[in-house]
Design a protein around this ligand. Structure first.
Ligand SMILES: [Zn+2]
Length: 301
């Protein structure tokens, strides 16, 4: 009997040992899986899907994110730090070569920029001032002056956020559709959004500004930031394009939040003459075309 028990005990030990080894092996396999899994999860998409627009006028801003191949390599090395990989820099649209810039055009219902017009020297606006998204562009000179103006406002305890800047004609078209669908035609008999090709935003010179407490366009007129801009924006080359009472002249509803950069000398002249930007630039365009017509006659004398 004793020898039988010894044989049975020996078999039980063998079975137990076999189970133990089996569990051990499966644990090792599981552990290996746990190690392998994060590597496959950290595969990062190539960045060729990002907007391939390139800005060539401000090299310091355009220096990052142009080489898709080198970006992919950087991402592959840093697989366990995928979250820390910086987002490729946004690229602004570039004007066709040789195109005359229309930055002083009297854009309005009767002035069409054309749907394909792209302004020169667009830069990423968020590199200059606070914006409500990281995909806004503005003319480089306007962006710099906006930064200077924002600093002056900050010194006065004020702060603005840009909610809209350069817009393509296509984007404008979509915006107009949405705005017109919900516009109260009695409260706002004039459109709040321009037709595609007829917007100052397409010039790359106009911004919509908002401020605390609610950062809404409608409430901007009640903020101390608006009161400050009414007194000082022209000193930095910015003019409120559609002031209250100018609807019949400009063809658009009043927009306390919309400012167009026209350069300091022009802004000073507009401020001193007490007229709208549209009227001033229309007069300027008439004067220029008269001078151009007069020039050959003067040359013949
Ligand atoms: Zn606007």
């Amino acid at each position: 009997m004793n020898s039988h028990w010894k044989i049975i005990t020996f078999f039980i030990i063998c079975i137990a040992a076999g189970l133990g080894i089996g569990v051990g092996i499966s644990k090792v396999v599981m552990n290996k899986k746990e190690v392998v899994q994060p590597v496959s999860q950290t595969k990062v998409k190539k960045t060729s899907e990002t907007t391939p627009l390139v800005s060539d006028d401000v090299p310091s801003l355009a220096a990052t994110g142009t080489d898709n191949a080198s970006q992919s390599e950087t991402v592959a090395v840093a697989t366990d730090k995928a979250a820390a990989v910086p987002k490729p820099a946004y690229k602004c649209a570039v004007a066709p070569e040789g195109q005359a810039d229309q930055w002083l055009a009297p854009v309005g219902p009767d002035y069409d920029l054309g749907k394909t017009y792209i302004p020169n020297h667009l830069v990423v606006l968020e590199n200059y001032v606070v914006t409500s998204s990281s995909t806004m562009c503005l003319n480089a000179s306007a962006a710099l002056k906006l930064q200077v103006m924002e600093s002056a406002m900050k010194a006065a305890g004020l702060h603005v956020v840009v909610s809209s800047a350069y817009r393509t004609a296509n984007y404008q078209e979509g915006l107009l559709e949405k705005s017109e669908a919900k516009r109260d035609k009695i409260k706002n008999p004039y459109p709040l959004v321009a037709l595609a090709g007829h917007s100052e935003h397409q010039l790359g010179m106009a911004v919509d500004l908002t401020a605390a407490p609610d950062y809404s366009l409608d409430n901007f007129i009640n903020t101390p930031e608006y009161a400050w801009l009414e007194l000082h924006s022209y000193e930095y080359g910015f003019i409120e394009s559609y002031p209250s009472g100018s609807e019949a002249i400009t063809g658009y509803s009043t927009e306390s939040w919309h400012y167009r950069y026209v350069g300091v000398p022009n802004a000073l002249a507009i401020h001193n003459q007490g007229i709208t930007t549209y009227q001033y630039l229309k007069n300027l365009a008439i004067q220029e075309s008269m001078q151009q017509k007069a020039a050959p006659i003067a040359g013949q004398q």
